[in-house]
Design a protein around this ligand. Structure first.
Ligand code: PRX
Length: 665
């Protein structure tokens, strides 16, 4: 719980930042009273509340039943039919707004493109026709492994138009990770690129897909569509591979959208859990569409003349909801940037903000802490006066980083929306509304309309204000996870009838039936503000990436030298947490620097570079209780360099502790 300690102390702080009067004056939610009424109404009259919001969307068949809630399975807008690509694109073009810019795209090498809504609609339809020509049909699963280029949203929206269920895999994941996801999803196609630019180097995406699919390891894949981005040489399999340009060659730019039932699965996004196997979180079409669109509008206070920029990679949920679907559904104009924040120099982000006159900027605390380290002269050298609203997501933000962001980037007059949510929640659940909510640095503040969170003790009772407890959500919201993907959930997607029910129930619903368990610890203060402290399960947040300790452990033990491993997180001033691994080796093998480097690289190859341990210690044995449970608390203390405190009497072998601390080095 890296920054969590600070947050806990910060909840005692009293400094508040009221919404600036000029901001509130023109905001969608202009005062705290309006927020309170909105929130109350959303709970008292959900039907009327959501009806007004959904009236703005295109429905092929309007919904008459708001919700079916058979805990833990939910359907929203139950009998409605729609298509999210129509609501993100056709709706705006049909309203005469086709010339509006959807994306100002900035490639890492400096090439740029401006993509209007009309362009995007034509590209999506042409590519959708290309996918159809490959034989793909409604309900099929498609893996997308692409750089941050406009063709990535095109691929997602084309899938959505046809009812294909996409699963975007972040470009930093390894071949093994792709193979696991392709096979779990039973994907029929993969969409990728010859490469991706990163700090001036080419990341060979197609080659990684080739190794994922090598030796027929993923027999369901029939087609690999390859976009040319970097002029990077690639191997070619004539039976399977098709260039993007060839796939769309001669295709019409008209492709009628499939009329999809509200609950049709829109996408699968894999996220880390407490076991070695990532969970395929399934989101459903209509609820996700409505909720991401509505939160985008209210949280980012989107207006006609805004230039919005979310720096998240589309490979994570933030990019799905707040680079693609929720933002396009509002017809807003975004910046999309392909590369690294320090290429060619450490002021790249500020240069982009100045160039495009970005008004709303959304990024992660880990990035902010990095910018602090790089120095104020970078932002100070640019005109950032276009900014009017800032946001953060992904982990708790420590008050120092918050205050720096507010002062140096926001010039002291931009509200900051600290948005708490998860892959599973689909959209933002706890957040300030920038014209309404007084801010306290480090607090995600209050629930969004429709959301009813609570902090409870282990037995499910609300804890006192100021006490730490488990964060739960008492009622379902439209973009709630529908289940964990399992073979057979492609075609009709009826809630609760498919998917890995057992894992879904165990993970989120077992502890407090009917109430969603977030896996986060939190405190609520006397003003009702939520302070999210961090995960209480065995998942880590490293530079805003969620990583399961069990995944790293199984990557380590898949190496032939490793007998056993335990992985924990420890506080890191920049990345929030770092990964620390404790490893026992097989008999006769000695741990040295070379093996340490080899194991670290092995984790990188198995999971992805971002999951490599920063600290790796060899040990003769892991500390265990008499019942054989690894004592992670002790390992966390050791990794953090803290005095080992608390009850160690159940340790099987106290000498293990001494050797881990290095007392016998
Ligand atoms: O621990 C919380 C943390 O990120 C977790 C969700 O990770 P993921 O599914 O990868 O989604 C990240 C982007 C939505 C949460 O369980 N988290 C996310 N936002 C915040 C946060 N912790 C504190 N404050 C936040 N604003």
């Amino acid at each position: 719980m890296g920054a969590g300690q600070d947050i806990h102390q910060a909840s005692e702080m009293t400094e508040r930042f009221e919404p600036p009067a000029d901001f509130a004056g023109s905001a969608h939610v202009p005062s705290f009273e309006v927020y309170k009424q909105l929130h109350q109404r959303s709970l008292d009259d959900p039907e009327g509340f959501w009806r007004e919001i959904t009236d703005d969307f295109v429905w092929f068949k309007p919904w008459t039943q708001l919700q079916e809630w058979k805990p833990p399975f939910v359907k929203w807008f139950v009998d409605g039919e729609t298509n999210i690509s129509v609501n993100c694109l056709d709706r705006h073009v049909d309203a005469g707004r086709g010339n509006r810019v959807a994306y100002y795209w900035e490639g890492e090498p400096g090439d740029t493109r401006t993509v209007t809504y009309a362009d995007l609609l034509a590209d999506v339809q042409r590519f959708a026709n290309g996918l159809k020509a490959q034989g793909l049909e409604c309900g099929d699963r498609v893996i997308i492994y692409m750089p941050m280029v406009p063709e990535l949203p095109v691929a997602m929206l084309a899938c959505a138009r046809l009812g294909l269920v996409h699963s975007v895999v972040f470009g930093g994941f390894s071949a093994d990770a792709i193979r696991d996801r392709v096979n779990d999803a039973g994907a029929r196609a993969v969409i990728t690129a010859d490469g991706s630019w990163r700090r001036g180097r080419v990341i060979p995406l197609k080659a990684t897909v080739d190794s994922a699919l090598a030796e027929n390891a993923s027999p369901t894949v029939e087609t690999v569509v390859v976009l040319k981005r970097c002029e990077n040489a690639v191997d070619w399999n004539d039976d399977r591979d098709v260039w993007w340009d060839k796939a769309i060659d001669g295709q019409s730019d008209v492709c009628p959208p499939v009329h999809l039932p509200a609950e049709h699965p829109l996408y699968i996004l894999y996220t880390s859990g407490t076991t070695g196997k990532p969970k395929g979180v399934v989101h459903a079409t209509a609820g996700y569409m409505v909720y991401t669109a509505y939160t985008s509008r209210m949280v980012f206070d989107l207006k006609e003349d805004d230039i919005y920029w979310c720096t998240a990679d589309i490979g994570w949920v933030t990019g799905h909801s707040y680079v693609v679907y929720g933002i396009l559904a509002n017809g807003a104009s975004s910046v999309m940037y392909e590369g690294a924040p320090n290429h060619p120099a450490e002021d790249r982000f500020w240069e982009i903000i100045e160039k495009y006159k970005v008004t709303v900027f959304y990024t992660a605390p880990t990035a902010i802490r990095t910018f602090v380290r790089w120095g104020d002269h970078h932002p100070d050298g640019h005109d950032l006066s276009s900014l009017r609203l800032l946001g953060t997501v992904g982990e708790p933000i420590n008050p120092d980083a918050w205050l720096w962001y507010h002062r140096v980037i926001g010039g002291g007059n931009c509200p900051i929306v600290d948005t708490w949510w998860q892959t599973e929640t689909g959209g933002i659940l706890i957040t300030p509304l920038p014209g309404a909510t007084a801010l306290k640095p480090g607090s995600a503040t209050l629930p969004f309309p429709g959301v009813e969170p609570e902090v409870v003790s282990e037995d499910g009772q609300p804890v006192e204000d100021g006490e730490r407890g488990l964060l739960i959500v008492r009622r379902p919201w439209p973009s709630m996870i529908r289940g964990i993907y399992q073979d057979g959930w492609g075609q009709s997607g009826h809630v609760g009838e498919f998917g890995d029910r057992e894992r879904f129930v165990d993970t989120y619903w077992e502890k407090f039936p009917g109430q969603y368990l977030t896996g986060d610890g939190a405190v609520r203060d006397a003003d009702g503000y939520f302070w999210v402290i961090g995960r209480v399960d065995d998942t880590l947040s490293v530079a805003g990436h969620r990583i399961g300790t069990a995944e790293v452990e199984s990557a380590l033990v898949s190496h032939s030298s490793v007998a056993e491993s335990a992985v924990v997180g420890a506080p890191d001033p920049i990345t929030g947490e770092f990964i620390a691994a404790f490893v026992t080796l097989k008999a006769g093998i000695d741990g040295d620097d070379a093996l340490e480097a080899e194991l670290t690289a092995h984790v990188g190859e198995t999971l992805g570079r971002f999951a490599r341990p920063k600290m790796l210690k060899f040990t003769d044995a892991l500390p265990k209780t008499r019942s054989g449970k690894i004592m992670r608390r002790l390992l966390r203390d050791i990794a953090a360099g803290r005095e080992v405190v608390g009850d160690t009497t159940t340790l099987e072998d106290l000498s293990v502790l001494a050797s881990l601390r290095g007392d016998d080095d």
